[in-house]
Design a protein around this ligand. Structure first.
Ligand code: C2E
Ligand code: CA
Ligand code: CA
Length: 756
């Protein structure tokens, strides 16, 4: 069925060609023209149904047009001998047909979204054609004396319809770049109608409105291709042809517009302008074309300028908040630093702020909520700060404010900025409900006298101060001073040296026992990294681990520590230094857990060393649970599946919440030193430890207390039900040989503490 449907249109074409040939040969001409005309009307009426073409409206209008065309064609020869108005009935039908036909095509054009430029170009071509037909046909026809008015009117109407058809053909060509068969057939039909009209216009010039039958041939052919267009499978695409972007001044366009623009001149030269009517037509037509060309040119320039502006804005502004971006900011800062203003107490102040807790919002409420939060913070900052201050967004959750102002003004700005960020924000959650969130910001502030530094330096210093603010506890600001630059330099030096240290294995590991408080004997040990710098001597991990984390060296370093600790454990197990239950606690940085192959690699290391996974405890920080991604979450689950244990280090210092512990696959917590420190003197610390113990026992988590230095602390811990502890009271972290000599199970009594 579908196949037969698809074959209808060539069959229709064949029928049309045969009928047209019969007509031309004057064999049953009346019948032939009736058949093809009727067939076309039927095709327009029912064809679109075959291919389920939507919408039907343009085709209904075309069908109406077809009915009028057909009627006109049939009655015209019959009424030729009748007096004036009756003889013109056929022509009147044709004119009505054109009305519907034009309406149908306009409907199509509207569907394609005719653009302004296509309309202008169509109008230029149309005026050129109108001018030509006025001078060639309309004026001569009107000048013929002694004709009934209706004849003159119709003679003048045909060229006008021509012109409108030209406009439509031109627009058709200009509006869409889609060239499917149905579209081409429709276009061919319009060209044929144009040719047919032209014929009538030519005879109309001589005063005739009815010509020889052969003049109807183009209309028959128009029926032929027009009907086929409605039957072609691509007819359904006609109504949804998407206009491709059209080039403003392409060569084909120029070829179509060129003659129209030249028309007034060529006509003046060839036909002369001896009558007032001609001069009027030429003057008006020429002027109209010039005006349209000017509009078109200024249109093109304007859209070019608008595109340029849009592009510039995009390159210099953040799309989310509409605030200047980093690039724009450095241009503006550079301008501020070099501008020539009378030197006063006003310096250039820069505020670099980084939101605290933004990632938490993003992770818990989804990215749209995060985006909304950024937009709101941007809007608040813009509103709270003076108009002379520049507010820019320079990174995911980083904003920069710059202003030339005095110190009191700057401090007022700083307070306003912090206030903007601390006020609760409302976000819409992924489920569609709203939630109040409270975030904070760490801010670095720096100032510069005129021309003292460059924009880049100012930004770097502000950034440095911001990091210092973050380090010293979030939600505060720090004013930059030169010593921070030295600290940064030192960090860079450490990073370079550490890179070499990792490569040259200047690192070593010290082991600190974790004891069962009841016996004072080690149940496990924590491996703690040590670095002997060739010049600076021993550098503590508190200094270099942070540097390693910032520079991503931590992955290599951490992998080495893990391998080495497991190797050491295997050796000690083999040598009988430790018993079978003894475990090794290894610190793991958040970055390491972001490696999807982490668990698999650890599994391989354990198998090769012959160490059971349960004898390894990985110490993670609370931030892994709070800020970790889906990926780290998966790695943690894989680690649990492998059988290694996971303990939360420094428990109680971060965002610790019961919820986090329940949601994550952890097996233990390590109570932070700071709480242990106060035991025996601070009732509050005792309460905290008591709460941690209660919670851990409910969740079946193992508890270790770290940093135990006194017997008083130990006694309180024991009274609170803590079983395991680590601290100088029993022993510092020592090198492996010292550890074995001190703590081996064969050694009956603990030896004296040697060194850390
Ligand atoms: P941490 O994991 O909290 O390690 C315990 C720290 O407390 C160690 O400092 C240890 O020497 C110290 N300590 C032990 N007992 C006592 C005590 O009774 N009193 C006092 N005041 N301190 C005690 P250390 O070795 O300087 O390590 C500092 C931090 O460096 C560690 O804190 C850990 O977070 C990190 N770290 C050390 N090695 C590694 C490693 O291999 N990888 C990673 N990612 N981090 C490491
Ligand atoms: Ca630790
Ligand atoms: Ca710790």
């Amino acid at each position: 069925m579908g196949l037969r449907r698809d074959r209808l249109w060539p069959a229709f074409l064949a029928l049309g060609v045969v009928c047209s040939a019969l007509y031309a040969a004057n064999v049953a001409a009346g019948l032939a023209s009736g058949v093809i005309g009727g067939a076309c009307v039927i095709a327009w009426a029912f064809g679109p149904r075959l291919h389920n073409v939507r919408p039907r409206r343009p085709w209904r209008l075309m069908t109406a047009a077809g009915v009028f065309f057909l009627t006109g064609m049939i009655i015209r020869p019959m009424l030729v001998e009748q007096p004036a108005p009756v003889a013109q009935l056929g022509d009147m039908c044709t004119v009505c047909g054109f009305g519907f036909f034009i309406a149908g095509l306009v409907t199509f054009l509207n569907r394609w979204g005719m653009d302004r430029r296509a309309l202008l170009d169509g109008l230029i071509v149309c005026i050129g054609a109108a001018l030509t037909s006025t001078l060639l046909f309309v004026l001569p026809a009107a000048a013929i004396p002694g004709r009934p008015l209706i004849v003159t009117l119709i003679a003048g109407l045909y060229p006008l319809l021509d012109t409108v058809t030209v406009l439509l053909v031109a627009n058709l060509a200009f509006t869409t770049a889609v060239r499917q068969p149905a579209f081409m057939l429709l276009g061919a039909m319009m060209v044929l109608l144009l040719l047919g009209d032209l014929g009538y216009a030519i005879i109309g010039r001589e005063g005739d409105v009815t010509g020889p039958p052969i003049m109807a041939l183009p209309f028959l052919l128009a029926f032929t291709v027009g009907g086929a267009a409605a039957l072609h499978p691509t007819a359904s695409a006609l109504a949804r042809a998407t206009p491709l972007p059209i080039q403003a001044w392409s060569l084909p366009r120029m070829l179509v517009i060129g003659p129209a623009v030249a028309a007034p001149f060529v006509l003046t030269v060839t036909l002369g302008a001896e009558t007032t009517a001609k001069r009027l037509a030429l003057g008006l037509g020429g002027a109209a074309i010039v005006v349209l060309l000017l509009v078109r040119a200024s249109d093109a320039v304007q859209s070019h300028v608008a595109a340029q502006r849009r592009f510039e804005h995009q390159a210099t502004h953040d799309p989310l908040t509409g605030l200047p971006n980093r690039r724009m900011l450095s241009i503006m800062v550079e301008r501020l630093l070099t501008e020539d203003k009378p030197v006063s107490a006003a310096n250039v102040w820069m505020f670099y702020l980084d939101l605290d807790g933004f990632k938490l919002v993003n992770d818990s409420w989804g990215h749209p909520a995060g985006d909304q939060l950024i937009i709101d913070v941007g809007a608040r900052l813009r509103q709270a700060l003076p108009a002379t201050a520049t507010v820019a967004r320079v990174g995911g959750d980083e904003f920069v404010v710059v202003q030339r102002c005095t110190e009191p003004e700057a401090m007022a700005n700083a307070r306003r900025i912090m206030e903007c960020v601390e006020r609760p924000l409302v976000v819409v959650t992924a489920e569609g409900s709203t939630a109040d969130v409270v975030i904070g910001a760490s801010m670095g502030i720096v100032q510069s006298a005129k021309g003292a530094v460059q924009a880049e330096t100012l930004m770097r210093d502000a950034d440095t101060a911001m990091y210092r603010a973050k380090e010293s506890g979030r939600n505060r600001w720090t004013v930059f001073d030169a010593s921070m630059r030295d600290a940064v330099r030192e960090r860079v030096e450490i990073e370079v040296a550490l890179r070499a240290a990792v490569a040259q294995e200047q690192l070593s590991i010290a082991y600190q026992p974790i004891v069962a408080m009841s016996t004072g004997r080690p149940a496990g040990a924590e491996s703690l990294c040590r670095w002997q710098h060739p010049v600076r001597g021993w550098i503590g991990p508190n200094m270099f681990i942070a540097v390693a984390e910032d520079s991503n060296l931590i992955s290599a370093l951490g992998a080495w520590v893990l391998r080495e600790s497991i190797r050491q454990l295997a050796v000690w197990r083999a040598e009988g230094v430790v018993d079978d239950d003894f475990w090794m606690s290894v610190n793991v940085s958040p970055r390491q857990l972001g490696d999807p192959a982490f668990a698999e690699r650890l599994g391989t290391t354990l198998r090769r060393a012959g160490v059971p996974p349960a004898n390894v405890v990985l110490e993670i920080t609370e931030s892994v649970m709070v800020e970790g991604s889906d990926l780290t979450e998966r790695v943690l689950l894989e680690l649990r599946a492998l059988g290694v244990r996971i303990s939360v280090d420094d428990f109680g210092t971060g965002f610790s919440a019961l919820g986090y512990l329940r949601r994550h696959p952890v097996t233990g917590v390590k109570i932070d030193r700071s709480f242990v420190n106060g035991l025996g003197s601070s009732a509050e610390d005792e309460e905290i430890v008591r709460a941690v113990v209660a919670m851990s026992s409910a969740l079946h988590l193992a508890v270790v207390a770290e940093g135990v230095e006194t017997t008083a602390q130990r006694d309180v811990l024991q009274s609170l039900g803590v079983l395991l502890a680590q601290g100088w009271l029993w022993g510092k972290a020592v090198d492996p040989a010292t550890y074995a000599a001190t703590w081996a199970i064969r050694v009956a009594t603990p030896a004296a503490v040697r060194s850390d």
